[in-house]
Design a protein around this ligand. Sequence first.
Ligand code: AMP
Length: 248
Amino acid sequence: MKVLVPVKRVIDYNVKVRVKPDQTGVDLANVKMSMNPFDEISVEEAVRLKEAGVATEIVVVSIGPQQAQETIRTALAMGADRGILIKTEATVEPLAVAKLLAKVVGEESPDLVILGKQAIDDDSNQTGQMLAALLDWPQGTFAYKLEKDGGALKVVREVDGGLQTVKLTLPAIVTVDLRLNEPRYASLPNIMKAKKKEIAEKSPEAYGVDISPRLTVVKVTEPATRSAGVKVEDVAALVAKLKTAGAV
Ligand code: AMP
C-alpha cells in the first residue's frame, strides 16, 4: 500500500501570533515555523503502517515556499521515503491545495492519502474533504484509530458525542485527529539519513493548476482581551454575585 502524506509548514504552535498593524494578516517575519501538528500525526501513522508491513512507500508533499523543504525533511527523518515540494510564495487556499494534491495523486497513484484534520494557521478543516470530493474517493475524517481490514480500511472517527466506525474501500482519504497517536521525535541518525532522501521540486504551473485566491480577507484582528476575573470567598458569595450580575 502506497501512502501519500501532505504536510504544511505553519507558525509553530508555541509562538504567540501577532497581527500585522495594517490588519492584512499575521506577522511571519522572524517567526519560528514548524510542521502542522496534525500532519506530524499523519506522518507518524504512515510510518507505523510501514513498520507493521502494511504500507510499502510513504511519499510526503508540501505546497509552500522553499523553506517548506525543511518540513518535508522532518517527515523524511521520521521515516517517510521521499518528498515532493510544490514551490510557491503565494498563499494557497484549501481548494487550490486540494486541486494540486489531486494532480499528485494522479501521478503517484497512492492507495491512501492521510492528511491533518486542519492546519493550525487558518483552521480551515477543508482540504481532505475537498480532495475526496475531487477524486470521488471515500473519506474517513477525524480519525481516532486506523486499521487495515482485508482490502479495506477501518477508521474509528471522533464525532460529537462519541466514536463512529466506518469501513472505506481503497483508495481512500483519511484526515487525522489529535488522539490517533503520539508522533515520535526523529533520532539523530535518522535526521542524517533523511538528508540523502530525494525531494522532487515542482510548481503549481507545471501541474496546470490555477492557485489564484477565491477569497478576500477583509481584515485580521486580535481576539478581544479577557477582562480580569474576581475571586469570591465562598459558594454563597458566588451565587450572590451571579444573581446581581444577572447571570442567574
Ligand atoms: P486545512 O484544510 O487548511 O485546515 O488543512 C488540512 C490539511 O491539509 C493539513 O493538515 C495538511 O495535511 C493539508 N494541507 C493544507 N495545506 C497544505 C499545504 N500548503 N501543503 C501541504 N499540505 C497541506
